[in-house]
Ligand binder design. Structure first.
Ligand code: FAD
Length: 418
């Protein structure tokens, strides 16, 4: 009977990490079964990168990630560096392209291409994929894992938990992996939403919804910069979004309780102070009656200039010729160091990833295999690893998926499953 079969390896979760893990198991000549709770695998993958799927970055190191164990992150990335990501996708017929920032996408710019290729590679290798199968309970007796849920029981000699985090719950992220880990005695670093928009209560900034500018943001603790980001900042009805704001969200949320932190914006990271002051000087010579906001609008959107000047205590409609040297310097200083009035973040339904998760210290840093339960592995976002925007989170999913799949197969082949 099908229920009695003992698979070499079961992967819980048919997302990015789980599909690659099952491919790695099967490529090594072992049998793999994927249990996916949604009606189809890869639901989250389909919405990555706005549907374009930024699947890796040309340069990824552990410094692009947040984790309690960056040494383990480095090990896994060096076992499956970007060269191997490219090779892997070439082998499953997915052409890749990179943009000017080093982000890597499928040539079609369609996430569906990636999901289709992964699923057909699973089929080619004979990986079983069972959908609408939410795993609810796991037990381990005599070296065999029993995974059960409503109306099904499946058994395997090795188990890879690739259930993802809690973000975008409608894609299947339910946080089950954390309770599975805890039930086996593993620690879970407290989780929180990350890569998520920041909120503000300030109605002036909310009025700028839709405006986007390139900025440099610094997370500052009592004058000391502890993290930074650079890129577009998008004003929204709720606050601040775009890669620059989202990249700092997880660390802001984690630190705000203990420290007196603020997010400081440099609104003109591309221009030097001298350049700005001389633009001001020449603007006031050429158009002495022009308003300050118009002169500033050479660099930044006029709607933004109006609010920014108001917030900095300068009348936006003041004629530039009437602006004193001190006022010009005040504007410049505010453009360079403006404290954003952040009061919180949106929830998991708007967070691209979950920060925190299964602690790496209780896993073998080379294989992500449990040091507590032989034959148990964890891969992907369920782990205490989250990356910045730019393809790093998917790179982590592929790398950790591949490494765990290979390690599970190696364990089976060595016969050490008990
Ligand atoms: C809107 C959005 C855009 C993003 N864009 C990018 C991007 O462009 N580049 C990038 O690098 N990262 C991006 N990310 C992050 C990236 O998608 C995730 O980090 C990555 O998908 C994590 O892979 P995973 O396999 O660990 O988890 P998931 O992809 O979430 O897969 C986990 C799977 O497990 C299944 N599952 C959960 N519990 C159970 C259970 N009990 N039983 C059975 N199945 C279960 C889920 O249904 C799911 O299919 C984005 C995320 C979001 C939300």
């Amino acid at each position: 009977m099908e229920q009695e079969k003992i698979w070499d390896s079961i992967v819980i979760g048919g997302g990015a990490a789980g599909l690659v893990a099952s491919i790695a198991v099967a490529s090594a000549g072992c049998e793999a079964l994927v249990l996916e709770c949604e009606e189809s695998p890869g639901k989250k993958l389909l919405i990555t990168g706005g549907g374009h799927c930024n699947l890796a970055h040309i340069k990824a190191t552990e410094k692009d990630f947040n984790s309690g164990n960056l040494r383990a992150v480095r090990n896994i990335l060096s076992a499956f560096p970007v060269r191997k990501v490219k090779e892997f996708f070439r082998q499953i017929d997915v052409d890749l392209v990179r943009d000017a920032d080093g982000k890597i996408f499928p040539g079609t710019r369609r996430a569906a291409t990636v999901v289709r290729a992964l699923v057909s590679e699973c089929r080619r290798l004979g990986v079983g994929i069972e959908t609408s199968r939410p795993a609810e309970r796991i037990k381990r007796n005599n070296g065999v894992f029993t995974i059960s849920g409503s109306g099904f029981v499946r058994k395997a000699r090795t188990l890879i938990v690739a259930t993802g985090g809690l973000s975008y719950p409608h894609t299947g992220s339910r946080g089950d992996g954390y309770s599975f880990a805890e039930s086996f005695g593993h620690s879970v670093v407290p989780v929180l939403p990350s890569l998520v928009p920041l909120t503000t209560r300030d109605p002036d900034w909310q009025k700028l919804a839709g405006v986007s500018i390139d900025v440099r943001l610094s997370l500052v603790d009592g004058g000391k910069v502890i993290a930074g980001s650079k890129g577009p900042l998008l004003f929204t009805h709720q606050g601040f979004s775009g890669p620059a704001a989202m990249d700092l969200s997880g660390i802001w949320l984690r630190m705000k309780e203990q420290k007196n932190i603020s997010i400081i914006a440099d609104f003109i990271p591309g221009a030097g102070n001298e350049e700005l002051l001389s633009r001001f000087a020449s603007g006031s010579e050429r158009q002495p009656t022009a308003r300050v906001k118009k002169i500033l609008a050479v660099f930044l959107p006029e709607r933004f200039c109006e609010i920014f000047l108001k917030k900095s205590g300068i009348d936006p409609d003041k004629q530039v010729a009437h602006c004193s040297k001190k006022e010009r310097e005040k504007i410049l200083a505010a453009l360079r160091r403006f404290s954003l009035p952040v009061c919180g973040v949106l929830g998991y339904d708007k967070a691209e990833v979950t920060s925190g998760g299964v602690a790496l210290d209780e896993l073998d840093p080379r294989t992500l295999g449990s040091k507590i339960v032989p034959g148990l592995f964890f891969a992907g976002e369920v782990l205490d690893v989250d990356g910045r925007i730019g393809g790093f989170n998917l790179h982590w999913a592929w790398a950790s998926g591949y490494v765990t799949g290979q390690a599970a197969a190696a364990r089976l082949k060595s016969g050490s499953v008990f």
